[in-house]
Design a protein around this ligand. Sequence first.
Ligand code: ATP
Ligand code: MG
Length: 395
Amino acid sequence: MNPITLSPGAAFAIDRLKSRGYECYTVGGCVRDSLLGALPHDWDLTTSATPPEIKTAFADCRVIETGIQHGTVTVLYQKEPLEITTFRKDGAYADNRHPTAVTFSKTVEDDLSRRDFTVNAMAYHPEKGLIDLFGGREDLKNKLIRCVGDPETRFNEDGLRILRAVRFASALGFALEEATARAVRSCAFLLDGIAKERIREEFSKLLLGKTPAAILRDYPEVFARFLPEILPVPQRTLTFLKIAPLDLPLRLALLFGSAEDAKTALLRLRYDNETQKKTVDLIGLQAGEVDLSTVGLRRLLREYPAETVERLLALLECRGMDTHAAKEALQAILARGDCVSLQALAVSGNDLISLGVPAGKQVGAVLEALLDRVIDGGLPNEKAALLEAAKTLKK
Ligand code: ATP
Ligand code: MG
């Protein structure tokens, strides 16, 4: 396993709290990722100090009360955000979603016991070293996701953990430990009671992980609860997914058989409008005949942003098409700045009116016709040539 090098902010926070007599550790994802040799994207800290005590200890820093009722305070140290949370012990769970009471605790052991998986339940302190009560390090070595405690009990406390189990397996390229895997299957129905936004967040991370194809193949019971449209996932989709770039709309588009299914499902999971549109556009585009010639690409660029066209080529490549020439053609179009919109056309509506085209609908129609011909390569995007052509078009 790799050594853990604290970020400047994490080192500062641990030091500051120590000088005031509190315990403090880095915990969760940052410990896991460091041990795996990956750079953590943020550093979470857990401490014996209560939120008001944390605020006092960092009175000279910017402090944001992110989730003070859950014991979380965000401290900004030279622009690095540090989530500092008081040691917690979860009370009883009333509804397999929210613990009825979150109580603060005096021990890091309590805090680690409430965490979901062994690999997420390790704490680290630069002097005390790694605190690993549940064999997280061993599971990291063996690439296993294992619940802390009895899996069925933990899933009944919070159903989202079922999806989190497969999310971490996909993200890290791990397998589920046997008892955890069994409980994921037998408890999958508990996902019905979980907020769709929380499901969406975990599902997106799963899809953008290392091994989403293996997870979709092995745990259909989970996806049946919130994405029945994608089941059964065809073998070829799994193959495409394995080589797909890390792009959410593209990976989503691969999953659905039709734009209609995608619309229904993405709306249900409350994906933002932009992701919905990008995904549905992509499905529509790849379903039809795609003309990848320079003219065909320019026609696409007239309707869709360059990003969508690039994504379409990437999708077709996943599906086994040779898109080398099309990619070069697209880059050339963008580099030359070929005209693909009315705004870029070398004549304006006013130019046409001066030429005698009656103001109103006809101006638009002539402009569109000119743009057609520029895109098709029949006319250069030059004022004189366009005005000349407009004279014949207006008749
Ligand atoms: P990522 O890199 O995806 O952010 P992470 O481990 O930081 O990974 P988060 O979802 O940010 O994951 O959660 C932070 C930590 O909080 C986890 O590592 C885990 O210890 C704990 N945790 C989060 N959600 C739950 C949950 N539903 N049940 C128990 N513990 C949880
Ligand atoms: Mg995190």
